[in-house]
Design a protein around this ligand. Structure first.
Ligand code: NAD
Length: 378
């Protein structure tokens, strides 16, 4: 039985949204052990949180540079092998780059960096390091998202006609109309979030899901944003027309002011033989339309599913698995790569997905700013 992989954590403290998801996901398949961390910019807060979750404090450091320096002093068989970056966006690039340059594998939150330029620099650092880099576009870890990918790959929809990825949230509605409140949120601060709020935070998930499920790349786009207030520099709503490989056309719709919506990510893909509808808030139901036949509903864990989908299911059918399990599947794929085991390309999003995501985000901003013009992606 191989030993557990030694995991470090940056960000994801007790006050964070995403920290608990990563910590639970890392433990779900028994592959990782958290041994070191910087949970907060304040050392005392990091130490307090470590005590709260029973993590020994001797490897809870004041900042990420100290974590790297001190871990390198430890014998190889003790030091962290991989570090998970769960901080606000502006810290992903400096943290991930330094980790890779010092020989650590990286699991990183999205959006990968602040700019496309940074993304390409990180890609180069990754290439030189030869280490594993996994990007946590969590939704690709759902068994039914994986099933869509495999069935489309097998030609079950035939030629694709139309793609529609929607991610609607409403949480910025109670914030955006109050000047003081909107100044207090890091996702609306370009210095901390990057040049886009809505497309950078959630539109990029929709973009990633379209490329993940269809296997096609977005080649050009046209975007229209809504900023709501003149003094707000960050989009809070946007609609993007996309043209993909093989003349496939479609739309990405994202909003943080869709009042009442929670995490309304929905993927619709239609082809000549049939179509798929999948919704993140009911992730265990994949609706499969076929020309002239009754609607079919695919569910996880049944032998009719693909190997990639079944690999992401742990319990017999009918025991709902959710977002923790989806993230755990990404950690599982990364663990296989770290151990040098065979894994499927669909098991975790990579550096290439991160670079494409940053190109997408920047292109939506440029398209809007230049008067809603078409922009080509590489
Ligand atoms: N994959 C997903 O579906 C998903 C969902 C939510 C958030 N995210 C991403 O996760 C990241 C964090 O988002 P969040 O909502 O948890 O943010 P958050 O503001 O809730 O938490 C950020 C955490 O980082 C810590 N932190 C800040 N500066 C730090 C530093 N210098 N060193 C160490 N820790 C530091 C804070 O103390 C806090 O614990 C963002 O990049 C976001 O885009 C991804």
């Amino acid at each position: 039985m191989p030993k557990k992989i030694r995991l470090g954590i940056l960000g994801g403290g007790g006050d964070s949204l995403i920290g608990v998801l990563h910590r639970v996901a890392a433990y779900i398949n028994d592959n990782y052990e958290i041994v070191a961390a910087v949970f907060s910019p304040l050392h005392q807060d990091s130490l307090d949180f470590a005590k709260q979750i029973d993590l020994p404090v001797n490897r809870v450091y004041s900042d990420f540079e100290t974590l790297i320096a001190e871990e390198l002093k430890l014998p190889q068989e003790e030091r962290i092998q991989v570090c998970s970056v769960q901080t606000p966006n502006f810290l992903h690039f400096p943290m991930a780059k330094k980790l890779l340059e010092n020989g650590f594998h990286v699991i990183c939150e999205k959006p990968m960096t602040m700019t496309y330029e940074e993304a390409k620099m990180l890609q180069e650092a990754h290439r030189q390091s030869g280490k594993v880099f996994a990007l946590t576009h969590t939704y690709t870890g759902y068994p039914m998202a994986r099933q869509m990918r495999e069935m489309i790959k097998n030609g079950e929809l035939g030629r694709i006609h139309k793609v529609d990825a929607r991610y609607y949230q409403g949480w910025i509605n109670p914030i955006i109309h109050d000047e003081a409140k909107r100044a207090s949120v890091w996702r609306l601060d370009p210095k901390k979030a990057g040049i886009s709020s809505c497309m950078g935070d959630i539109g990029v998930h929709a973009f990633n899901m379209l490329e993940f499920t269809t296997g096609l790349k977005v080649r050009s786009l046209l975007c229209d944003f809504n900023y709501m207030y003149d003094d707000n520099p960050m989009d809070v709503d946007g609609t993007v027309l996309v043209r993909m490989d093989k003349h496939v056309k479609g739309v990405i719709r994202a909003s943080q002011v869709a009042t009442g919506e929670e995490n309304g990510l929905a993927i619709r893909i239609y082809g000549e033989k049939g179509g798929f509808v999948w919704e993140q808030e009911n992730p265990n139901f994949l609706y499969y339309f076929t020309e002239g036949q009754p609607l079919q509903v695919y569910k996880p864990g049944h032998p009719y599913n693909s190997e990639l989908s079944l690999d992401g299911t742990k319990l017999p059918p009918g025991h709902p698995e959710g977002i923790f399990d989806a993230m755990a599947n990404i950690y599982l794929g990364a663990a296989k790569a770290i151990r040098g085991e065979v894994y499927d390309a669909g098991e975790f999003p990579t550096m290439e997905d991160g670079v494409r995501g940053m190109h997408f985000i920047e292109s939506t901003v440029h398209s809007h700013q230049q008067g809603n013009v078409w922009i080509d992606l590489d």
